[in-house]
Design a protein around this ligand. Structure first.
Ligand code: BG6
Length: 482
């Protein structure tokens, strides 16, 4: 029992997933293809550098597409949600597949069968008193919107998204209190394919398009807030930022300055617009890095007024790792898995996939975010991607995962003691699912094991890992048992 970590009584313990990584049923009940369906399995699958490297045709004779099956949650959702309930979840974060509701994305009328699926998922959660937390756009959009409309750089997507959000809010808004707009919106600076639908052949290599896509998404986010609040002012809508705490490698002022700018450009830019309702003062400096000015972007006075009137209600983040900034040439040693670049931090261990493990970085992130925004913070993703071994007795002893989660939960408790208002914690991939960056199943995050391998073979049987029982006890003691 750790008496020092004091979580509020109504702290939102739970877990997080995303439609494209777990549902499967990719072509069932009228669902249209999504951009995630076109991502083949394999490391670096969204680091597409050549225009012709991205194959829009979805040719199953050439590639494997792990997202098509996911973990077949589409047919296992009852069993999966029952397991979440057994762990004691207060909330469950999942996303709605836009192409299940609007198969092409540009239709006037939604696909009723798609909506019915989410009726069932939501009702199943509510049956166990689990509050749904819905991500409106988690790393996917209807494929047509990327292929025929050119992704989020096209302003028309704002109205298509608006229509989608309206349908979702009108259908589910009386049962769901928390919504998130765009998952890890800032990650497009590195990988614009999943969040913005931009590949080299439709302009993904051109930063002007990435900034334009962001602007359109900011406007779409504000429209989502408006739709939700018009429907029910008590609904809370959050932004979602991939936060990687950034350190200067040493006390050299050059590195300190580079680190300040890295924080602004990566960790804060999108949140600053979505939370504060206006472009931050450093926007011109950031754009100038790419030879751009605001005049290169289509930003109207009406857009700016909308951003100002409809900022988000809370801030949500994913947190997996930290990064270190070095510009003076004293080291060029990097870590392969660090999605945000930066150099190796000599004080930190790495995961099997070379992600730097840093629980203190989470405390720093929460303290800084609360200082900056003074809005509630929700940690909606965190976790360790690791290979699990099923023992002869069928058990999975994943103490490495427990260690990771324990240290990060402890860090959240400490941030709360520091004064940060953190409202909940939903570790990523509470049930094993397809990895976003590699498409692997063997990169497992779950407390629930799914018998499925990287080739899509397995029984899909669910079983409880050691971490399942541990997290169950953490929740039942409200974080006192760690
Ligand atoms: C976040 C994403 O980047 O990290 C998730 O929001 C993703 O979709 C998670 O799955 C873990 O990353 P990965 O690449 O290990 O699956």
């Amino acid at each position: 029992i750790n008496e020092e970590t004091i979580f509020p009584k109504d702290f939102l313990w739970g877990g997080a997933t995303a439609a494209n990584q777990l549902e499967g049923g990719y072509n069932e009940d009228g669902r249209g293809l999504s951009i995630a369906d076109a991502l083949p399995g394999g490391k670096k699958r969204f680091e597409i550098t050549q225009a012709d490297d991205f194959d829009w045709t979805i040719d199953a004779s050439k590639y494997k597409y792990p997202n098509h099956l996911g973990i077949d949650h589409y047919h296992h959702y009852k069993e999966d949600i029952a397991l979440f309930a057994e762990m004691g979840f207060k909330v469950y974060r999942f996303s709605i597949s836009w192409s299940r509701i609007f198969p092409r994305g540009d239709e006037k009328e939604p696909n009723e069968k798609g909506l019915k699926f989410y009726d069932k998922v939501i009702d199943e959660c509510l049956k166990y008193n689990i509050k749904p937390v819905i991500t409106l756009s988690h790393y996917e959009m209807p494929l047509v919107l990327a292929k025929e409309y050119g992704g989020w750089k096209n302003r028309q997507l704002i109205s298509f998204f608006e229509r989608f959000v309206k349908v979702v809010i009108e259908r589910f808004g009386h049962k769901v209190h928390y919504f998130l707009t765009f998952n890890e919106i800032n990650s497009a600076s590195q990988h614009p394919i999943m969040g913005q639908g931009l590949v080299p052949s439709n302009g993904g290599n051109n930063k002007q398009n990435v900034f334009q896509a962001w602007h359109n998404q900011f406007v779409a986010s504000s429209k989502a807030v408006k739709i939700a609040h018009d429907f029910d002012p008590s609904i809370e809508v959050g932004c979602m930022i991939l936060y990687a705490t950034s350190y200067a490698y040493n006390s050299d002022p050059k590195n300190q300055l580079a680190n300040l700018q890295n924080n602004q450009d990566f960790n804060y830019f999108c949140g600053d617009v979505q939370v504060r309702g206006q472009y931050p003062a450093y926007t011109d400096r950031l754009l100038s890095k790419y030879g751009l000015t605001k005049n290169d972007l289509d930003i109207t006075a009406e857009d700016l007024a909308l951003l100002k009137t409809y900022p988000v209600d809370f801030v949500s983040i994913s947190y997996y790792m930290s990064t270190a900034v070095e510009t003076t040439g004293i080291t060029d040693q990097t870590v392969a898995g660090n999605l945000m670049g930066g150099v190796k931090n000599p004080f930190l261990e790495v995961s099997d996939w070379d992600w730097q493990i840093d629980p203190t970085g989470l405390r720093i992130a929460l303290d800084e975010l609360y200082d900056r925004y003074q809005k509630p913070i929700f940690v909606v993703e965190n976790g360790l991607g690791a290979k699990d071994k099923v023992e002869a007795n069928g058990k999975i002893y994943d103490e490495y995962r427990i260690d990771y989660l324990r240290s990060h939960i402890k860090a959240i408790g400490e941030a709360i003691n520091d004064g940060a208002k953190v409202i909940g914690y939903t570790p990523w991939g509470c049930i094993d699912l397809v990895s976003a960056s590699t498409g692997e199943m063997s990169k497992r995050y779950g407390m629930i094991y799914v018998d499925l391998d990287d080739n899509g073979k397995g029984t899909l049987r669910r079983s409880k890992k050691e971490s399942f029982y541990w997290y169950q006890r953490v929740i039942s003691t409200n974080g006192r048992y760690l």
